[in-house]
Design a protein around this ligand. Structure first.
Ligand code: GRF
Length: 225
């Protein structure tokens, strides 16, 4: 049996990515255990999703803390107290302090709704739509101190259609987010992600649940990740 990586999911909103992670665990496609779901917003629907599945959910309002680091110290203490190894950002609408990032160095991952490095920051879908690109997508990456720019683990490409609205494009990207985020966590869980400078090398696996095609096939090669 594979080990189950203990994760903490941080979110501020709806939590559809959290749901995809929960579903993957329940369907035995992901060797992870959610130790805590944490939010800075009491009304984040993701908290309800966690409770519906018997997962402990915690809220600490960021207002009332003198500094970002003061807040992050409490958050780090909470995550460490729950035995979290990997921090999974899933729509957590707060910048993390250097203190937080160093506390979980190379153990924080994020999903961003564009093909990084294009369109970092807020509203990646709207930025892509307004720019007029034909393709955009989503990116799972390790978190470094810059915004949405850490080493890339998996990306998925999504076409932008002529009659797309921001909402239809967002939904089409979300379908891919829900596919690649659990897969990236599984690669981490299997110990197959090696950070080499800006790049992430994915160690090939002979057996394992993520032993499936992640990128489009390259003619003449039959690689799986
Ligand atoms: C997603 O678009 C994700 O890419 C971004 O925040 C959003 C979270 O959506 N980081 P949800 O709360 O998981 O539905």
């Amino acid at each position: 049996m594979n080990r189950k990586v203990p994760i903490g999911v941080l979110l501020s909103g709806s939590g559809t990515n959290l749901q995809a992670i929960i579903d993957a665990i329940e369907q035995d496609r992901l060797d992870a255990e959610i130790r805590t779901v944490f939010s800075n917003r009491e009304n984040a629907y993701g908290l309800t999703r966690a409770r519906n599945h018997g997962i402990s959910a915690a809220v600490i309002d960021h207002r009332g803390f003198a500094s970002r680091e003061d807040y992050d110290r409490v958050l780090v203490e909470h995550l460490e107290g729950q035995g979290v190894e990997l921090v999974v950002l899933a729509g957590f609408m707060r910048l993390l302090s250097p203190f937080f990032i160093h506390s979980f160095a190379n153990r924080i991952i994020n999903i961003h709704p564009s093909l990084s490095p294009a369109f970092p920051g807020l509203h990646g879908q709207r930025q892509a739509s307004e720019y007029g690109v034909r393709f955009t997508g989503c990116t799972v990456h390790f978190v470094s101190e810059g915004c949405d720019e850490g080493p890339i683990i998996i990306q998925a490409v999504v076409p932008v259609l002529p009659d797309d609205t921001e909402e239809t494009l967002t939904q089409r990207i979300l379908v891919q987010e829900h596919r690649i985020y659990p897969r990236a966590i599984q690669l981490y869980s299997e110990g197959r992600l090696v950070i080499e400078g800006r790049k992430v090398r994915v160690i090939r696996g002979d057996v394992g649940r993520s032993n499936v095609m992640v990128n489009p096939p390259i003619p003449g090669r039959s690689e799986t990740l």
